[in-house]
Ligand binder design. Sequence first.
Ligand SMILES: [Zn+2]
Length: 339
Amino acid sequence: MIIDCHGHYTTAPPQHAAWREAQLAAYDAGRPAPPYPAISDDEVRESIEGNQLRLLTERGADLTLFSPRASAMGHHLGDEAVSQVWARACNDLIKRVTDLFPGHFAGVGMLPQSPGVPIANSVPELERCVLELGFVACNLNPDPSGGHWTSPPLTDEAWFPFYEKLIELDVPAMVHVSASSNRNFHAIGAHYLNADTTAFMQLVQGDLFGRFPGLRLVIPHGGGAVPYHWGRYRGLAAMLGQPPLDQHVMGNVFFDTCVYHQPGIDLLVGVIDPENILFGSEMIGAVRGIDPETGFHFDDTRRYVDGAGVSDAARALIYEGNARRVYPRLDAQLKARGR
Ligand SMILES: [Zn+2]
């Protein structure tokens, strides 16, 4: 089967985003937020069937790891209480999708992060997502300030309580920023890729996996600039007195295939061990539209993986085997359904 490790609910019924606007307006005005609106099962179903499910099926994939819209996490907006309520609402909506389409979507949670607030305060929502909602992973924002980088690096002990819980629950985190509140950084063209690259370099500098050998982090968008500059990171690891990257970082870090052209995927599979690559498309999301050079959607990443010069065994790892290993709760759910 083909597992897409990276999809967001970018097509949620409009009441959801409208309520978020109202929530933030109420916060600004010092009023309580209005009640969350009613959204029918039919509305949820329609928002998925004509969009993600249709494209998933057309492209021949089977299941998407589905999380709330990343750019709308907006951890820099409001305060911690606002983020707590918003994260719960977003995760509850994902749960409704996974209940309506259990064969096609598995849940990935967002966290109620807020700048300056300890990450330990996000642990209860992580536990709720995994233990009550049946989610198989979460998205962890390394920069809840939205492009101002006011948090310590991911290797800092401030993050450790969260890593301990990830390990206890046996779920990975995708390192995924949200919108940019810094106009120097376009959200998906710069802020996302900056964050992917920044997170990786932090891991090279530190020794996070020496401390947490059971921790698994997914760096999306093909690993940002990392595969293209692999020689730079290997050289920097040596200069910094760190072990080679395959021992130091790559036992615990995985890149997805959200790279939107064939030469980019060719480079990814040529540089990174297939065991560290997870199929992903980030559909429907970052880059919509059709590539005039190919006639196919930019984010139809299955075409690039199919077209890449890798063995059938490596391709099977990228499509399925690695996801089952990195997301053991997904593997267990699939096996329980005989898949
Ligand atoms: Zn994403």
